[in-house]
Design a protein around this ligand. Structure first.
Ligand code: O7E
Length: 212
């Protein structure tokens, strides 16, 4: 079954913890990124650990290998089980994240193509395909590919084979959950869940789409 991952981009810590607690039983993982971590601190990961759900650190790491290594160590020390890095940074910088993830028994996902309209300016024309191939070469656990462009996910799937594809862009950005769920290993949903009047009901709808 395709995993359902909540993008917890809520900047009020209390609100974030409340939503996470209500939603956790219906989720496969929770993704935290700059919005919540900059407002609440990295220690929010420790507070979410008791929900017993894998935590994905979405810092889209994109620095030199040594800096990436230092960032990844902080992330895994804080209790995350996965890290996301950009792919355009090249093999050595990706490997720095992959290696730290492996040392901690965690996972590293590489952004191959982004979901927003402006992403086509740089990711199209062969770049996303190159990044996907690089992710495989670097033995990353998987890639990030856009739910807003299922036809691109299909192309990237041919490159990464059985490696995982996690896909953001469902809901608020227009991606259709049932279409993309057939193509990927995990859909990432943010606003359509955390801004819903009843987030748990919203999750139920996305869960149903996964099996449709
Ligand atoms: O549009 P939403 O509210 O459903 O949120 C989508 C989340 O996925 C949000 O955290 C955003 O930063 C992230 N995301 C994209 O929307 N598009 C991308 O191309 C990549 C990501 C992302 O999460 O990258 C790493 C997984």
């Amino acid at each position: 079954m395709t995993e359902l991952i909540l993008a917890l981009d809520v900047t009020d810590k209390k609100q974030a913890l409340k939503i996470a607690e209500a939603c956790a039983p219906h989720l496969d993982a929770i993704k935290l990124g700059y919005p919540l971590i900059l407002s609440s601190g990295l220690s929010i990961a420790g507070e979410l650990e008791e929900l017993d759900k894998p935590l994905i650190a979405d810092f889209k790491v994109a620095d030199i290998p040594n800096t990436n290594k230092l960032i990844a160590e902080q992330v895994f020390d804080a209790g995350f089980s996965s890290i996301i890095c950009h792919g355009f940074i090249g093999a050595d910088a990706i490997r720095a994240c992959v290696d730290v993830a492996a040392d901690y028994g965690g996972a590293c996902f590489v952004v191959a193509e982004m979901s927003h309209p402006g992403a086509t300016a740089f990711f199209h024309g062969g770049t996303a395909e190159k990044i996907a191939a690089l992710a495989v070469e670097c033995e990353a656990d998987g890639i990030i590919a856009p739910a807003t462009r299922p036809e691109r996910v299909t192309i990237l799937r041919e490159i990464v084979g059985r490696r995982k594809i996690l896909s953001p862009g469902v809901g608020a950005q227009g991606g259709d959950a049932s279409t993309v769920a057939k193509l990927v290993d995990g859909i990432i949903v943010g606003r359509a869940i955390y801004e819903a009047k009843d987030p748990v009901t919203a999750i139920t709808e996305f869960s149903a789409a996964r099996t449709a």
